[in-house]
Design a protein around this ligand. Structure first.
Ligand code: ASP
Length: 330
C-alpha cells in the first residue's frame, strides 16, 4: 500500500460487482479529500447510488463476505462508527470494534503504528478516528492494509465530506452554480475543512459565517483562493441567507477549547429556527454533520428543507461504496 494519491481516474466500470483486483481504488488509503478529482467523485457517487438501490431492494448482500473491518476509535463517535459497522455488515462482512481504547493495549502505552500493525493481521481494512491531525497518515505509513481516516482531530474528515457532497447531489441534483454557506465553528470543525476543499473542485460560491474566534483557518482560505474559489466571511447570516442553496451548520466543538469561558461566550452564537427558515429560499437544504447541540432548533426538523437526518442515511451508502472500492469489489 502506498500513501500516494490515486493516480488512476477511471470512469466507472460496469457493475454488477465482480472481484476487480485491478480496480483503481483497490488497496488505497483514504486520508484526505485532497486525493480526489471530480472523476473520482463521480465514480464514488455512482457506486454509492448503486448501494442505495441495493439496500432499498435487498437490505444486505454478500459483496464483502469474509472480509473484516477493524474499527479503531480513539475519540467518541456515534454516526461514523455505527455507519461503518452497518456498511460492512450490509455488505456481508464483519467488524472488530475497538471503541473503548482504555480497555485495549493502547492504555498500556502501545503506539499507533504498533496498534495498526497488530490489527492488520486480523482485518482487511482499518477505519481510524484519532484526536491528532495527521494520525491517519502516520498509520498509513506503517500499515499494508488500507487506512480510512474517520476524523483526525481538527484536521480532516474525508468520508464525511464525501457523504456531504453526495447529499447535495442527491438532494439538489448538482453542485456547480450553488451558493454554500458554512455556519458555526469553522475553526475546529474538521468537516467544514474537508468539505470546503472538496467543493473547490466545483464552481461554487462559499460563505463563511462564524464568531470572530471561530473563523475558517487562513491556510484553507488561502488554499481555495489559489484555486480561484469565491469566498466571503461574515459575522451574521442575514445578508447571505436569501441567496444560500446549502446551509451547512456545525456544532461549536467544545472539546477543542482550552478555555471553557470562550466556549460559553460563542456556543449559542447562531441558532437556526423556523423564523430563519422563513427567510431562506424555497428550494435549498439545511445540513449538519451532527451531533447538534442548540444550533438547529427542533422546530426545523419537519421542514422538508431539513436534510440532516437524510444526510446520515446517505453516509451509509457512501461508506459502503468506499469499503467495496478499497477492497477491490467495485
Ligand atoms: N460528527 C462530526 C465529527 O466527528 C461533527 C461533530 O462532531 O461536530 O467531526
Amino acid at each position: 500500500m502506498s500513501m500516494q494519491t490515486n493516480p488512476i481516474h477511471h470512469k466507472r466500470p460496469h457493475l454488477p460487482f465482480g472481484d476487480q483486483r485491478d480496480a483503481p481504488w483497490y488497496g488505497q488509503d483514504i486520508l484526505s479529500v485532497k486525493q480526489f478529482s471530480r472523476d473520482d467523485l463521480e465514480y464514488i457517487f455512482d457506486v454509492a447510488h448503486e448501494m442505495r438501490v441495493m439496500v432499498q431492494r435487498v437490505g444486505t448482500f454478500d459483496l464483502l463476505k469474509g472480509k473484516i473491518l477493524a474499527s479503531l476509535f480513539y475519540e467518541p463517535s456515534t454516526r461514523t462508527s455505527s455507519s461503518f459497522t452497518s456498511a460492512m455488515e450490509r455488505l456481508g462482512g464483519s467488524v472488530i470494534p475497538i471503541n473503548e481504547v482504555r480497555y485495549s493495549s493502547i492504555s498500556k502505552g502501545e503506539s499507533l503504528p504498533d496498534t495498526v500493525r497488530t490489527l492488520e493481521c486480523y482485518a482487511d481494512v482499518i477505519v481510524l478516528r484519532h484526536p491528532e491531525v495527521g494520525a491517519s497518515a502516520l498509520a498509513a505509513k506503517y500499515a499494508r492494509k488500507p487506512i480510512i481516516n474517520a476524523g483526525d482531530g481538527v484536521g480532516e474528515h474525508p468520508t464525511q465530506a464525501l457523504l456531504d457532497l453526495f447529499t447535495v447531489v442527491e438532494e439538489l441534483g448538482r453542485v456547480d452554480g450553488l451558493t454554500v454557506t458554512m455556519l458555526g465553528d469553522l475553526k475546529y470543525g474538521r468537516t467544514v475543512h474537508s468539505l470546503a476543499r472538496l467543493l473547490s473542485l466545483f464552481h461554487v460560491d462559499l460563505n463563511y459565517v462564524s464568531p470572530d474566534i471561530l473563523r475558517m483557518p487562513p491556510e484553507i482560505i488561502e488554499e481555495l483562493n489559489v484555486k480561484g474559489v469565491p469566498q466571503a466571511e461574515h459575522g451574521s447570516l442575514e445578508a447571505v441567507l436569501p441567496e444560500t442553496d446549502v446551509l451547512y451548520v456545525t456544532r461549536v466543538q467544545k472539546e477543542r477549547f482550552e478555555n471553557l469561558e470562550d466556549y460559553d461566550r460563542v456556543k449559542d452564537a447562531f441558532v437556526i429556527d423556523a423564523g430563519t427558515m422563513r427567510r431562506a429560499k424555497e428550494r435549498m437544504i439545511v445540513m449538519h454533520p451532527l451531533p447538534r447541540v442548540n444550533e438547529i432548533s427542533m422546530d426545523v426538523d419537519d421542514d422538508p428543507r431539513a436534510a440532516y437526518f437524510r444526510q446520515m442515511e446517505y453516509g451509509l451508502y457512501v461508506r459502503m461504496a468506499l469499503l467495496a472500492m478499497v477492497l477491490g469489489k467495485a
